[in-house]
Design a protein around this ligand. Structure first.
Ligand code: HEC
Ligand code: HEC
Ligand code: HEC
Ligand code: HEC
Ligand code: HEC
Length: 212
């Protein structure tokens, strides 16, 4: 006998190990393929109780009043406290939340807003190309106009980007509707196909469009 009797156990042990191992990898693969690891629903508590619902829906402010970069640069940008205090020097200056804002303004420190949407560094994104080709904020950020606190609505995964790049007619809108809350236009596909032509849309799915 070359091997002692107990080595017979190695067979079943190996089989069980392989089964557990494959189940674990199936889970890991499923997990990465299903966008679950990406932070849909991420909604950090912000340092000041600023509400989009109040300022956009109740007061009727356009997104670009505060996010001035969206139309002209890769980054949409978050407004400085000067922009807020332009109104709040007069509106509710004694509110505790506005007093916090004023303290940041006077100290010269930016408000430490918590970032909600963030791509990994190796992926390239540009707001202005989308805004100027008729992709509305709502298509990527959801109904921010209804949010008291901003929440991430979309996975921002690569397959999410590609799904739209393969069929942009599903979301394209006229440019005057770029910040409008409506989630699609009447006859969306038909209208979208017209805009594909008039805006000369040519979406890319080659790797170097987003990985440079
Ligand atoms: C009065 C100024 C103001 C207006 C108007 C405004 N925002 Fe904002 N927005 C902010 C501030 C301040 C923050 C950062 C704090 C927060 O996340 O609530 C922010 C954050 C955001 C974020 C999250 C940024 C991140 O960290 O990922 C998105 C998305 C956004 N706004 C979209 C919009 C859209 C869409 C509109 C129009 C429907 C809009 N905003 C109108 C001031 C404004
Ligand atoms: C095609 C999808 C798309 C559209 C359209 C879009 N965004 Fe974004 N937005 C993103 C992605 C993706 C990020 C994360 C970017 C990153 O981390 O590089 C982001 C980040 C942001 C941020 C935080 C970072 C920054 O750029 O300042 C703000 C604020 C924002 N968006 C506001 C807006 C507003 C306002 C509009 C409409 C005028 C808009 N977005 C339209 C996809 C979009
Ligand atoms: C165009 C004018 C305007 C601008 C700009 C503006 N706000 Fe306001 N804000 C208002 C008005 C009006 C109200 C509601 C006042 C009321 O309830 O009577 C308000 C209410 C608020 C409140 C609630 C205060 C409370 O105690 O009820 C907060 C917090 C606030 N704003 C933060 C901000 C921040 C942060 C910014 C900049 C990102 C900003 N606002 C920009 C007009 C403005
Ligand atoms: C809802 C639709 C939609 C989504 C989602 C979307 N895009 Fe786009 N993207 C477009 C359209 C439309 C264009 C404009 C194409 C053109 O210039 O003709 C575009 C253009 C671009 C361009 C410019 C490419 C070039 O060089 O011409 C880049 C880069 C880009 N998108 C990256 C991204 C990334 C990264 C994501 C995901 C985080 C994303 N996009 C999500 C619709 C979308
Ligand atoms: C329209 C934009 C876009 C195009 C085109 C694109 N990617 Fe990506 N890619 C992304 C984004 C955004 C992420 C980050 C997603 C995340 O947060 O996990 C990503 C992530 C990745 C990752 C990291 C693993 C993962 O899936 O999270 C790899 C690898 C990758 N891309 C390879 C490619 C290759 C190869 C191509 C060409 C066949 C390609 N990408 C084309 C936007 C794009």
């Amino acid at each position: 006998m070359i091997f002692p009797r107990w080595t017979n156990l190695l067979g079943p042990v190996a089989v069980v190990t392989v089964i557990i191992g494959s189940l674990a990898s199936i889970f890991v693969i499923w997990y990465w393929l299903s966008d679950n690891h990406l932070t849909v629903g991420y909604q950090p508590v912000q340092p000041i109780k600023y509400s989009h619902k109040l300022h956009v829906t109740d007061l009727g402010m356009d997104c670009r009043y505060c996010h001035t970069g969206a139309e002209v640069s890769p980054v949409a940008g978050v407004p400085s406290s000067d922009v807020c205090m332009g109104c709040h020097n007069l509106i509710l200056p004694a509110s505790p939340e506005i007093m916090k804002l004023k303290q940041y303004q006077e100290s010269g420190m930016p408000v430490p807003w918590k970032r909600v949407h963030k791509l990994p560094e190796y992926a390239y994104f540009d707001h202005s190309v989308h805004i100027n080709k008729g992709v509305g904020c709502v298509s990527c950020h959801g109904r921010v106009d209804q949010m008291a606190e901003v929440r991430q609505e979309q996975s921002l995964s690569m397959s999410w980007c590609l799904d739209c790049h393969k069929a942009p007619e599903k979301v394209l809108r006229e440019k005057h509707l770029i910040t409008a809350a409506l989630t699609s236009m009447p006859n969306q596909i038909e209208q979208g196909k017209k805009l594909l032509e008039s805006y000369h849309i040519n979406t890319r799915i080659d790797c170097s469009a987003c990985h440079r």
